[in-house]
Ligand binder design. Sequence first.
Ligand code: SAM
Length: 237
Amino acid sequence: MDGSPHAASVAPAPAINWFHSHAFPDGEVTRGEKPIEVLRKEAEVVFRHGVAGKSVLDIGAWDGWFSFEAERRGAARVLAADHFCWSGEGWGTKAGFDHAHARYGSKVETRDMNVQDMSAADPGVFDTVLFLGVLYHLKDPLAALEHAASVTGETLVVETVTAFDPFPWKLAGYFEGDEYNGDPTNFWAPNRRCLEAMLRDVGFKRVETVRNPNIVPHWRNPDLYWKHSRVITHARR
Ligand SMILES: C[S@@+](CC[C@H](N)C(=O)[O-])C[C@H]1O[C@@H](n2cnc3c(N)ncnc32)[C@H](O)[C@@H]1O
C-alpha cells in the first residue's frame, strides 16, 4: 500500500461514482460518499484487535477502502469480496476498486461472491472477517451471520444500523419499502442485544459492541436515539 513503481503510470481516474474516499500515495484523492475522516475513525475501532500477520476477508468491500487499510496495517493476506455493487444490480461497479488497487500497488485478492454463498470450503476460513455495512441490506440476517461465522477463524467484525437500542429486549426493526434512507435494499436493523444474541448463537463466545464513532446521538434527533443508530461489534471465538 506504499505505492508500487507502477502507481504513477496507471491511467487517470475514470468517471467513478465513489462510495469510499481514497487518498492515494501519488497524491490523487477521490471524494466518495464516505469521507476519509469517517473511514479513518471507523478503522480505529474496526481494527482495534490488529490484523498484522492475519488473513482478512472483507465481505461487501465495494471500493475496497477497508481491504486496502487491512493490507496497510500488515495483514498477511486480504480477500475482498462483493457482488451486488461489482456485477449485480447494485449502486456501483468494480471500477473504483480496480482503480484503487492499481493506485495502491495492492496485492489484495478479489472474489465476486455474496455472503450467502460463502462457506469454510469456499472461500475458506480467514482469521479476521469484516462484515461492514452489509447486514441491514440482507433479507435473512441470521443466515448471513451463519455464513459469515463459517468463514471466520478468530474475529468477525460487524458494522450495522441498529434500531430500538434502548429497549431491554432482543428486537429487530423492519424497513418497509424504501423508508430507511430512501433505499429499498435496507431490510432489517437488529438492536444491540439482538445482534449480540445472534452472534452468540452462530458460535462466538466473546461479543463486544461499541457505537460507531461517527454517530453522535442527540436528544433533538430522536430517530438516532430511539430508532436508529450504528454500531461496530467484535465477535470472537
Ligand atoms: C453500504 S455498502 C458498505 C461498503 C463497505 N463494506 C463499508 O462499510 O464502507 C454495502 C455493501 O454490501 C454489499 N452487499 C450487498 N448485498 C450483499 C451480499 N448479499 N453479500 C455480500 N455483500 C453484499 C454491497 O454490494 C455493498 O458493497
